[in-house]
Design a binder for this molecule. Sequence first.
Ligand code: ATP
Length: 211
Amino acid sequence: MKRGNYNGKIGIYGGTFGPVHLGHIRAAHAFLDACCLDRLYILPTAIPPHKAVSQADTPEDRLQMLKLAFSEPEYADDRIIVSDYEQKRGGKSYTILTLEHFAEESDDITMLCGTDMFLTLERWYRGEDILRMAHICCLCRDDDPASMNEIEKTAAHYRDTYGTTVVLPPFSPLVISSTEIRARIAAGQSTNDVLPASVRGYIDAHGLYRA
Ligand code: ATP
């Protein structure tokens, strides 16, 4: 892709994605629509800075599952690019380094965060730089009204302190996590309701997440 002279509206959606599930996919499509993105980069981490990673898959597995999921006609969109940028860069996948990389492509970057991540953003590595550099789109992972209050307070703090544009679109989440999915697979339970068929096929073929 030609870089350096593109100035469309870019979205960044990073995560572990071990494995990608229908909650992530629903969030990606809501992000595209709510922020009218021209391009959405989905970036699986090399080493996530904030959590221990499951030993039951590899960075390559997580990348391939994302590519499969977003190739399914039901979930594909021309604007979505599954990128190996963070995995190729290696080391801890610090978000600010990713934002600085994509800033060569556009100065209009919005980052997607689930509520869990949004509330802690300021404490991330160079979190203040993240909040000055990117717009933030926060999607609620659950319907807990108490946490909505906390989110709005945090959004106001980011706006007032760093000038961050925070978008809080209405969103009806699928309440699921990769952790729960790995546990279901280890217990031999069905994941038909939470994983795309291609991802289930990949997990079966490679024997991932079994106990
Ligand atoms: P794990 O259970 O392994 O921690 P996870 O399901 O939380 O994984 P991540 O890969 O850590 O998934 O998530 C990447 C991003 O997607 C984060 O910003 C997270 O908040 C968001 N996210 C994860 N699950 C959902 C969901 N069900 N709905 C909306 N956003 C989600």
